[in-house]
Design a protein around this ligand. Structure first.
Ligand code: BGP
Length: 477
């Protein structure tokens, strides 16, 4: 079937720090990126896409282009400049105006409470490794529920715990820029899941009339060959990056297999994990209450057995072929010669999305429902006489929407898709030349231009039918 369900959301995604700019407006407090980016001088986030001032225009464009859902995030340090206690009414009012504008334009807001932007104070106190941080985050979430409950009916607790810890403690391109600290990464993921669970409980126990979920980045992992050591590496990376988090989200505990592999990874890296009994009380209760899972999907990975020490090189420039990713006690990501990659070395493999959606249905039958909350193509995009012919983005999105339709046909409950991103934005570790938007942003003037993909998406959203068959290469054989 090429047809989407009647009430399917054709959305687009943003995140506060990547879109808003306006970093010195009101009493906004810093988050952990501000000083780091200033000090390293890598990229300047101060303008981003100026969404703070231009949201009304962007939401009108959503309305015009049939985009009926948007992911936004609330910047914690705009509400609580020091992360706790004292509220800045200027920040609070900004999000009222933004949310009102979504509603006025018929664009359902999905609001994320933490999108990579811990306030500076909590970051300095240890970020997700600190118990105080978790308490402060729960208070912030509760404040937002009380403040915006009559307008926001879809809440996301945390965006991509795996990416946070991979960036902070494994790859080292997010502050505090630690590398290969697998122990801290796993501990931090666990603590984020407990924080998530406490927030889900607060929301559901207060009986708010809306739904709440979490967003995980879920990339499928395959052995590059059928050899045992390659499939084992794929399995290990899957357990580390996907299964650990899915178990916490929907089982409220880690399965015996998860714990066995996590312990193997920890011991290969000379690290340990501290799990408290009461953590599992929270996780178990929240697993029964959660309403939906947000799946972010860009790529899958092909793994080869690896016995060396960790070595990682991040491709933040778009120089194809420059990435390295090998983890001690896990495996090495390698290029699959028959799978295309982006200039940033991300394998383009829509089948991996279908496989992941089916895995969720199979292994976590209480998942409720799924929104694909991010998917899109980062590319350099050429602006020629006011036109951006981003055919490759259209192809990318079409293939991933086809994978979603195939999963729906096989019984997975998927209720929406949010393209990353609505307009071109600031990319945390790639700056401004990695563009994802349906709308091109001229970062000198902040003028917006619809790309060819925006017109294509408009048509799909209107007709609710994909314009090509949904079969994949494998099923055609
Ligand atoms: C996701 C994040 C987004 C966004 C996107 C693209 O992991 O949730 O915030 O940045 O990836 O990533 P990048 O900008 O690194 O290409």
């Amino acid at each position: 079937m090429n047809k989407f369900p009647e009430h399917f959301i054709f959305g687009a995604a943003t995140a506060a720090y990547q879109a808003e700019g306006a970093l010195s407006i009101g009493n906004r407090g810093k988050n952990y990126w501000d000083d780091y980016l200033k000090k390293t001088g890598t990229f300047d986030p101060s303008q981003a896409s100026d969404f703070y001032n231009r949201y009304a225009e962007d939401l009108q464009a959503c309305h015009q282009f049939g985009i009926n859902g948007i992911r936004i995030s609330i910047a914690w340090s705009r509400i609580f400049p020091s992360g706790r206690e004292k509220v800045d009414p200027i920040g609070v009012q900004f999000y009222h105006r933004l949310i009102d504008s979504c509603i006025k334009n018929g664009v359902t807001p999905f609001v994320t409470l933490h999108h990579f932007d811990t306030p500076e104070k909590q970051f300095k106190d240890g970020d997700w490794l600190s118990a105080n941080m978790v308490d402060d985050y729960v208070d912030f979430a509760q404040f937002c529920f009380e403040e915006y409950e009559d307008k926001v009916k879809h809440w996301i607790t945390i965006n991509e715990p795996w990416s946070v810890v991979a960036g902070q403690y494994i790859i080292g391109h997010f502050p505090p820029n630690n590398q290969y600290e697998l122990g801290k990464a796993i501990q931090s993921m666990h603590n984020m899941m407990v924080a998530h669970a406490r927030v889900v409980k607060k929301y559901k126990e207060a009986n708010y009339q809306g739904e709440i979920g979490i967003v995980h980045i879920l990339e499928s992992k395959y052995g590059i060959t059928d050899q045992r050591e390659d499939s084992l590496s794929a399995k290990k990376e899957h357990i580390l990056a996907n299964q650990f988090l899915l178990d916490a989200t929907f089982k409220g505990e880690y399965s015996a297999e998860t714990m066995r592999v996590i312990n193997e990874i920890l011991s290969a890296n000379g690290a340990q994990l501290e799990l408290k009994i009461e953590d599992f009380d929270h996780l178990k209760e929240a697993a029964k209450m959660i309403d939906f899972l947000g799946v972010n999907y860009y790529a899958s990975h092909f793994l080869k057995g690896y016995t060396g020490t960790s070595k990682i090189q991040h491709n933040g420039t778009g120089e194809k072929g420059s990435s390295i990713f090998a983890l001690q006690g896990v495996g090495e990501r390698v290029t699959n010669p028959v799978i295309p990659t982006t200039d940033w070395d991300w394998p383009i493999y829509p089948q991996g999305l279908e496989d992941m959606l089916l895995l969720i249905k199979q292994n976590y039958p209480n998942y409720g429902k799924i929104y694909v909350t991010e998917n899109g193509l980062g590319s350099k995009d050429h602006f020629e006489a006011g036109q951006i012919n981003d055919e490759e983005r259209i192809d990318y999105v079409r293939l991933h929407l086809a994978a979603i339709l195939r999963a729906i046909d096989q019984g997975v409950r998927i209720e929406g898709y949010f393209i990353w991103s609505l307009m071109d934005m600031f990319s945390w570790t790639n700056g401004y030349n990695k563009r994802y938007g349906l709308f091109y942003v001229d970062f000198d003037t902040q003028q917006r231009f619809p790309k060819k993909s925006a017109y294509w998406y408009q048509k799909i959203s209107k007709e609710k039918v994909l314009d090509q068959p949904i079969k994949n290469e494998t099923s055609e054989k």
